[in-house]
Structures are given as C-alpha cells and as structure tokens.
Ligand binder design. Structure first.
Ligand SMILES: [Cu+2]
Length: 112
C-alpha cells in the first residue's frame, strides 16, 4: 500500500513536471531592423516546447534557430512554421535568425 501511494505520488509529480508549452513568435520589422517577438521566452526544464513562427515582414524569408536545442527552420513570408523540442536542460540560450546575422537576437530561458 505504501509503495502504491509512493508510486502514485511519483507519477503525479512527473506529469506535473512535463508540460506542453505552446508559444507563438511573430517576426517584426521596422527601419530595416528585424526581430522575432517576444524577444525573450520561457519554459520549465522537462517541458515539451512547441513554437509557432509567423513571418509576414516585407523583406521575405527569415530563419529561426536555437543552436542549443538543434532547432533550425527557414520561415517563408506568409507561411507559418512549427518547431518542437524537449527543454531537457536549464539555462539561458540564444535564439537567432541564422540567415541574417544582423537580426536582433532573442533569448530562451529554461527554468529548473
Ligand atoms: Cu532574418
């Protein structure tokens, strides 16, 4: 009985840890400066993160990359893309457009 209760508690705490986190980022452009907004996004360690990328800027195709999680996607103008990854490590990680180094970069914060 004690073991069953402990197993149930473990199951509940594990399911509470691994949440699906859906985030939408929109590409924004002004005076030739581009950035994915919001520029800082957060998740918890263990989350299954799903990011929807919306790009409607006049300059056309832009990239989205989070090197620490092997996320890399080209986003055509007018086409939504979705990337997913497991937030299996905590810390502060770079997000950027891999096609245009002049982009204003963003940050991904994974909390413990
Ligand atoms: Cu770009």
């Amino acid at each position: 009985m004690k073991f069953a209760f402990a197993s149930l508690c473990l199951l509940i705490s594990l399911s509470a840890l691994a949440e699906k986190r859906s985030i939408t980022l929109v590409n924004y452009e002004t005076d030739g400066v581009k950035q994915w907004l919001p520029g800082t996004i957060m998740a918890k360690k263990g989350d299954d993160v799903e990011i929807t990328l919306v790009n409607n800027v006049p300059s056309g195709i832009h990239g989205f990359q989070i090197p620490a999680f092997n996320v890399k996607k080209d986003v055509m103008k007018g086409k939504r893309e979705v990337v997913t990854f497991k937030a299996d490590k905590e810390g502060l990680f770079e997000m950027k457009c891999h096609l245009h180094p002049a982009h204003v970069g963003g940050q991904l914060l994974i909390l413990p």
